[in-house]
Design a protein around this ligand. Structure first.
Ligand code: AQP
Length: 332
């Protein structure tokens, strides 16, 4: 990576099986950036341990997520695709950036507030400093754009603030990154509590659709999705459940909200919910099938993640040594 092109960085946690929300808000948009940008894609397993993980499940989720990223169209030979814990520079820069991030800034992060409420028995320091590690992930690669779902906008803005603060003291060390949020599918909501975002670590498995769910499971979850009693397929703030289903349908088919409302006018939810389910089954089918194929050859996946770690380290180490020099650390 010699910065003849702009750099795009994307990360995703192996904190569970990935959901339709992760797919629509992030994953499915990521491969297209490879044409225009030097792309870095990272399975952020160090972020995942801010919430307790079962070690066996974490290993499985990290491997499957790595395969899923390839299944969506990421080319591991052309781009940099790797596992965060394989590149120590992330944790090292994360530490340094902790010292340039204010307690008050971290206290304002919505994800911290939400996760400390939902994991009240484990409000650990890592959960609090999650955004500085994320800033390190992004800044190590001199990133220009960060394609994310709406929920991550605040973290990317903080990354920019940290980079600006650091550059203000030491000169131009970091490129200032910008969040890129998709127009549709940026915030897929829970199917059971549609005022909350769909989340892979949610307790109720009917609240999310997984990329690896079988067609039957997807259909069942959409048929059970919470709606309202007026049976009218129309988008409105008073109808969060139906609005979410309309958004999902639009994101899956490429149709506009008006087209969908017109087509399902007077047809009721009995017609609409299975139609959303079918659209999602077809959207996810190729990714699920390709992931299954890739997971059958773990040796090849291991080769690819080692290759990714080598390529990532070469870039990350350059930024890290620049930072260490600026900070006044003795050379290694
Ligand atoms: N519901 C969502 N709608 C649209 N985009 C979403 N993303 C997450 N949920 C939705 C986007 O997915 C990318 C990867 O997210 P992440 O794994 O880094 O963490 P997250 O945002 O905290 O996702 P989850 O599923 O809610 O994970 P858990 O439950 O472990 O916290 C990001 O670009 C995110 O915007």
């Amino acid at each position: 990576m010699n910065k003849t092109r702009k750099v795009s960085f994307s990360g995703i946690q192996p904190s569970g099986n990935i959901t339709l929300g992760n797919y629509m808000g992030a994953l499915r948009n990521w491969p297209s950036y490879q044409d225009e940008y030097d792309c870095v894609y990272c399975v952020v397993d160090e972020h995942a341990i801010t919430v307790r993980q079962d070690p066996t499940a974490l290993r499985h989720h990290a491997m499957e997520l790595f395969a899923q990223l390839i299944a969506t169209g990421i080319d591991p030979e052309k781009s940099i695709l790797f596992i965060q814990s394989h590149v120590p520079a992330h944790a090292e820069l994360g530490w340094a950036l902790n010292c340039y991030t204010m307690f008050g800034e971290l206290s304002r992060m919505i994800q911290f507030k939400e996760k400390s409420a939902s994991h009240a028995d484990n409000v650990n320091a890592g959960l609090f400093t999650y955004p500085t590690l994320m800033a390190a992930d992004i800044l190590l690669y001199q990133t220009d754009i960060v394609p994310v779902g709406e929920d991550q906008r605040q973290h990317v803005e903080l990354t920019r603030d940290i980079a600006q603060r650091f550059n203000g003291i030491y000169g131009d060390v970091f490129t200032l990154p910008e969040a890129v949020i998709p127009k549709v599918g940026a915030r897929v909501m829970s199917l059971t509590e549609p005022t909350k975002k769909m989340s892979k670590s949610a307790e109720n498995e009917n609240s999310y659709v997984l990329v690896m769910d079988s067609p039957d499971a997807i259909m069942r979850k959409f048929k059970r999705a919470v709606t309202d009693s007026d049976a009218c397929v129309r988008k409105s703030p008073e109808k969060p459940g139906v609005s979410n289903l309309i958004d999902i349908y639009c994101a899956a088919t490429g149709e506009s909200v008006e087209e969908v409302e017109r087509r399902f006018e007077g047809k009721g939810y009995g017609n609409f919910k299975p139609a959303v389910g079918e659209a999602v089954v077809e959207l996810l089918r190729p990714v699920r099938e390709e992931t299954e194929r890739l997971m059958a050859d773990k040796g090849e996946l291991e080769r690819l993640y080692r290759l990714g770690a080598q390529k990532a380290s070469a870039v990350a180490e350059r930024t890290l040594s620049k930072v260490h020099k600026k900070l006044g650390f003795l050379p290694r």
